[in-house]
Design a protein around this ligand. Structure first.
Ligand code: MSP
Length: 635
């Protein structure tokens, strides 16, 4: 029987710099999904790679005084090392400077031309050379690019355009007919709003040298974004290997960060429609990793190096932390302290405790042989079964945090079971049959837990399964592995040593007298009543502009607002209907809480909050009195 296929992609990474933990995040997510799907019996294709053309890369190469090809060859090696550092099991690595990519790009471009969707014209407007982006008057503030802050220039040139506007209606129809096409649903709304505001044809030529030439043109290359998107086809043989391509296309899941939604959820499907290529099944837009509440950036100096993390804490720990601590889809906060906290409590304490102490008891009481579980009451077996089905549901829904929470509930139940049954006391009383059943139940539960954890912490799960004496290939046939009864009585367990050992949490420096008794209590009380600067930094406040306001159906108090916060438009529900007419709010620049967890209020998904001052009979919006750009951080 042929296996069902599953094709998952990450964005391809810019070759103009080395990776940071934010880039590693998407790749780790893709790897967890790939390992899970393989274990569930799918024929998986996991594609990642490098975006190597364009102005940014050309400039970086010039700065280094090397040829762009040599430059990207060197950077690609660094990215490949990242894959190895995090045990990434990608199947294909596409680089856009490869000939196979160029062949596929030209094939797709030709189809778009043949459709009559590419035309020549004249472009006039603002241009940011660094971002290779054309900008409207509204986007340019003080002559600067809204994305990189560099000065923009007025440009008037001959150019090639893609008839994007023609796809306005087909895109909206596709969104309506496929509610899971763009996920989470609030990102679908964002894409829909963007299209509904009207699409303009897209300028798809650039005069940058380092790129793929537009056929028949000496002077122009294809806009790097248009060319880069096509990697999802060329990476699996479009234009070079028809059999491979038809095996995996259409793609099951494109993973991407929320910042590149417009390119993936609007331009990409429009290009595919134009070229008569079936659309991908789903695009998932995840949130951003921030560091101590702040955007990661070189200028702030808070960029987290993934190689350092892998070396210092191990790949499994970083993988586990990112998948467990961050609600997939939403922004998340990275701090080393949180990472160590999770490591200690979840991995070194809960998981390692369960597996290690059970194995030690098996060694001590049963001469390292799996005891018989005949006398078991079956309670843990039942819980393993229900946990596995919840786990699969959550994994299929890409809710990794919930999947791990379900597994951890099982871990904690098994730990409580040991404490309650007190195997050491059973041994002392010589109740060997009961002792055997208790230990078998916990060993077998541990085995099933580790099978479910294998996609997240592959190396540690493999080691621990080895200690349990399990010979199965890691990641083999998960439904089979999750079935109760895999451990056979009489089999020998392997070496017993803890895989995760507690780490010291770096202590904040003691504060003078606070370390001493008397002052200590007072200090503690003050600490309870106050928040630290780090606590405050967790609230991400930005300048937003209210674009529209309307009453929420069924509520006398609520207004539904659309708020532009710079890189996206958010919907927020505010209880201000009694104090503001909707029109009165439009155009106001307000203080917006951008990292509030989304909540459904009267059926509307609210993705943040506008701040207001409140007295007994009045509510007043907090507005910004100077012309600060939308999206500016408020501290
Ligand atoms: N080259 C383009 C993608 C082209 S795909 C046809 C690009 N590259 S990137 O290297 O800048 O970003 C790659 C991915 O990393 C994007 O999904 C982006 O959202 C993600 N991240 C970059 N910084 C991030 C965080 N701080 N946190 C999480 N993901 C982030 O865009």
């Amino acid at each position: 029987m042929t296996k069902r296929t599953f094709y998952v992609t990450t964005p391809i990474y810019y070759a103009n710099s080395v990776p940071h933990i934010g880039n590693a995040y998407t790749t780790i997510v893709a790897d967890v999904i790939s390992r899970y799907k393989r274990a569930m019996g799918f024929d998986v294709m996991f594609l990642t790679g490098m975006d190597e053309h364009g102005q940014k890369v050309q400039s970086a190469a010039v700065e280094k005084g090397v040829d762009p090809q040599q430059y990207v060859d060197e950077i690609a090696e660094v990215w490949k090392r990242l894959l190895a550092a995090f045990d990434i099991t990608s199947d294909e690595f596409i680089r856009t400077s490869e000939p196979r990519h160029e062949r596929g790009v030209l094939k797709l471009f030709k189809r778009m031309v043949e459709k009559g969707d590419v035309y020549e014209g004249e472009y006039e407007g603002w241009y940011c050379r660094f971002e290779e982006n054309f900008l409207t008057d509204l986007q340019v503030k003080d002559g600067k690019c809204p994305d990189c802050g560099r000065p923009v220039e007025r440009s008037r040139e001959h150019a090639f355009f893609f008839a994007l506007s023609k796809y306005e209606k087909p895109l909206l129809e596709h969104y309506d007919a496929h509610p899971d096409f763009i996920r989470p649903d609030y990102r679908m709304n964002e894409a829909r709003r963007f299209v509904q505001q009207g699409l303009r044809d897209l300028c798809i030529s650039r005069s940058v040298q380092w790129g793929i030439r537009i056929p028949g043109s000496e002077d122009y290359t294809i806009y790097v974004w248009i060319e880069a998107l096509i990697n999802y086809l060329t990476g699996i043989g479009f234009g070079t290997d028809d059999e491979l391509f038809s095996r995996y296309w259409p793609c099951d899941l494109h993973l991407l960060g929320k910042d590149i939604l417009k390119f993936h959820c609007i331009y990409w499907p429009a290009m595919l429609m134009s070229a008569d290529v079936p659309l991908p099944k789903s695009l998932y837009n995840h949130g951003w990793l921030r560091v101590s509440g702040q955007k990661m950036s070189k200028s702030v100096g808070n960029v987290v190096d993934p190689f350092y993390l892998a070396k210092e804490f191990g790949s499994d720990t970083v993988r586990y932390f990112l998948m467990r601590d961050i609600q997939f889809g939403q922004d998340g906060n990275f701090t080393e302290q949180n990472l160590i906290g999770r490591y200690n409590s979840d991995l070194a304490n809960d998981l390692s405790n369960l597996v290690h102490r059970t194995l030690s008891m098996c060694k001590k009481y049963f001469d390292a042989q799996i005891p018989s579980g005949e006398a078991s009451d079956g309670a843990l077996a039942e819980m393993c079964e229900s946990t596995f089905s919840a786990y699969c549901r959550f994994m299929d829904d890409l809710d990794f945090r919930a999947a791990l929470e379900a597994v951890w509930k099982l871990i904690s139940t098994a730990n409580i079971f040991i404490d309650r049954e007190r195997p050491w006391a059973l041994y002392e009383r010589g109740e060997m049959k009961k002792l055997g059943a208790v230990l078998y139940d916990v060993l077998e539960t541990g085995r099933i837990i580790l099978s479910m954890l294998q996609p997240f912490i592959p190396s540690a799960a493999g080691k621990m399964l080895g200690q349990l004496g399990v010979l199965a290939e890691p990641g083999a046939d998960l439904p089979e592995q999750a079935r109760w009864g895999g451990l056979l009585a009489g089999n020998k367990i392997g070496d017993v040593s803890p895989v995760f050992v507690k780490r010291k949490q770096p202590k904040p420096a003691p504060k003078g007298e606070a370390a001493k008794d008397d002052g200590h209590k007072k200090e503690k009380k003050v600490a309870e009543q106050t928040i630290t600067i780090n606590d405050f930094a967790k609230v991400q406040l930005v300048v937003g502009e209210i674009k529209s306001a309307e009453a929420v159906e069924g509520s006398k108090k609520l207004l539904k607002l659309s708020v532009d916060i710079g890189d996206e438009i958010r919907t927020a529900v505010a209880g201000m209907r009694e104090f503001y007419a909707p029109d009165e709010m439009v155009g106001k620049k307000v203080v917006f809480v951008a990292n509030l967890a989304p909540a459904k209020i009267f059926g509307v998904e609210s993705q943040g909050m506008v701040l207001a001052a409140e007295s007994k009979d009045m509510v007043s919006l907090l507005t910004i009195d100077k012309d600060v750009p939308i999206g500016s951080r408020i501290r």
